[in-house]
Design a protein around this ligand. Structure first.
Ligand SMILES: Cc1cc2nc3c(=O)[nH]c(=O)nc-3n(C[C@H](O)[C@H](O)[C@H](O)COP(=O)(O)OP(=O)(O)OC[C@H]3O[C@@H](n4cnc5c(N)ncnc54)[C@H](O)[C@@H]3O)c2cc1C
Length: 382
């Protein structure tokens, strides 16, 4: 019998497996035949997140600022003197992280799909499309639509957004800035992005679930930006769980990453919280195995630990998101005049993209913004 089975070979799963494999017998199951495909990610992360992956994928580009595009055509440019984010390829990242888990001693099995599990006398029996595996603990790192999460309690994420993204053969004239587009005709309930790298542009957007398919919005954005006749070299799509799950542990079981709803609600970025939570998951399961106690009571420490690191920031960001989805195009346009204020620009320049809620909160405390935003804030509460 294994000590741990990790379901899912994305970054959260491979990081947890790599950490645990130093001391334990770990098996990782991935339903696809290779790691990192299909990629469902832009690959825009901070250097801090890159560091925490423990691997060095090629950096496709670095960014020091952003241009914010508003519905009325206004554009605000925000540049800084530091690298705010880097662009990597998710397929490469996931492949390298899987290799690292293997090097650490984990056994990796591909083309094995988790289908369910049962727990008897503290032993987990995991059913897959290619037989069953016994283990003392199971870690659900199986992404946004986690079957492991569905198996133990009915607590879906508060919402999902749908995303679509194309890599387009088009060189951008400005290479160190990303473009972000806001508005209900562009990407209702979220935003759109356009990111240059090595002769290509990665263009994508997400939309709230009830706002129709994101493809239609992407086609419109490409047409508006004169990119509709450019060659599309790669397409991505996926969904993002927002608002978290109420519970991320049970007897012999933990959830980590998207499976646990550990995603930043403002940007949809899941790598930062997922990798932090992976460290707590590995630490907790290690201690549980050492103490021979895999009860839900013991494993509840995991949730306390990751919420201590991330809970406040994710909750704050979700409250901001609730306000954001109520904003109409006039609200977005009104924001522009404030963004021209140097004090607001300074707050934005110093923003940490792993926790953008702090900057938004600071901006909201600015009296002019507070008054302007009051109707929107009230609408979000109602
Ligand atoms: C369009 C888009 C753009 C994004 N851009 C960014 C970004 O720029 N930066 C960022 O930080 N985040 C981004 N995200 C979010 C990010 O992709 C996820 O948060 C991240 O992949 C979560 O990692 P994970 O390991 O938890 O899950 P995943 O990466 O989804 O990995 C889960 C793994 O589990 C496997 N699996 C699923 N079910 C089973 C099963 N039953 N049996 C076995 N294996 C299974 C899957 O094949 C997959 O390999 C984006 C998401 C989308 C949709």
């Amino acid at each position: 019998m294994r000590e741990v089975v990790v379901v899912g070979g994305g970054p959260a799963g491979t990081k947890t497996a790599a950490l645990l494999a130093k001391d334990h017998d770990v098996l990782l199951l991935e339903e696809h035949s290779t790691f990192g495909r299909p990629a469902q990610c832009t690959g825009l992360i901070t250097e801090r997140v890159l560091e925490s992956t423990g691997v060095r994928p090629e950096i496709l580009n670095k960014f020091t600022g952003a241009r914010f595009h508003f519905p009325d055509g206004n554009v605000i440019e925000l540049s800084t003197n530091e690298t705010k984010a880097v662009l990597i390829d998710r397929t490469e990242l996931d492949t390298l992280m899987a290799e690292k888990a293997k090097d650490a001693g984990a056994e990796l099995m591909t083309s094995v799909r988790y289908e369910g599990h049962s727990i008897t006398d503290g032993h987990v029996s995991i059913m897959t499309n290619s037989g069953s595996y016994d283990s003392r603990a199971i870690i659900g790192a199986d992404g946004h639509s986690s079957k492991v999460a569905m198996s133990f309690c009915d607590n879906p994420p508060r919402e999902y957004v749908r995303g679509i993204q194309y890599d387009i053969r088009k060189e951008s004239d400005v290479l160190d800035m990303i473009d972000l587009y806001f508005g209900n005709d562009v990407a209702p309930g979220f935003f759109a992005w356009s990111i240059p790298f090595n002769g290509f542009t990665r263009v994508g957007l997400c939309t709230s679930w009830d706002k129709g398919l994101p493809n239609d919005y992407l086609k419109t954005l490409l047409r508006k930006n004169g990119m509709d006749s450019c060659e599309v070299v790669r397409k991505y799509s996926g969904k993002i769980p927002l608002g978290g799950r109420r519970r991320t542990y049970s007897d012999n079981l933990l959830l980590v990453g998207d499976a646990a709803g550990q995603v930043k609600p403002i940007s949809g970025g899941g790598l930062y919280p997922g990798l932090i939570a992976a460290e707590h998951a590995a630490q907790t399961v290690h201690e549980a195995l050492k103490n021979d106690d895999l009860s839900s009571r013991f494993l509840s420490i995991y949730e306390k630990r990751w919420r201590k690191d991330l809970g406040k920031s994710l909750d704050r960001a979700y409250r901001i998101r609730k306000m954001y989805v109520k904003m109409d195009d006039d609200d977005f346009n009104r924001f522009v005049s404030h963004l021209r204020d140097e004090r607001i620009m300074d707050i934005m320049r110093s923003a940490d993209i792993d926790d953008p809620g702090v900057a938004v909160k600071r901006m909201m405390k600015h009296p002019a913004i507070m008054i302007r935003m009051l109707p929107t804030v009230l609408r979000s509460i109602v």
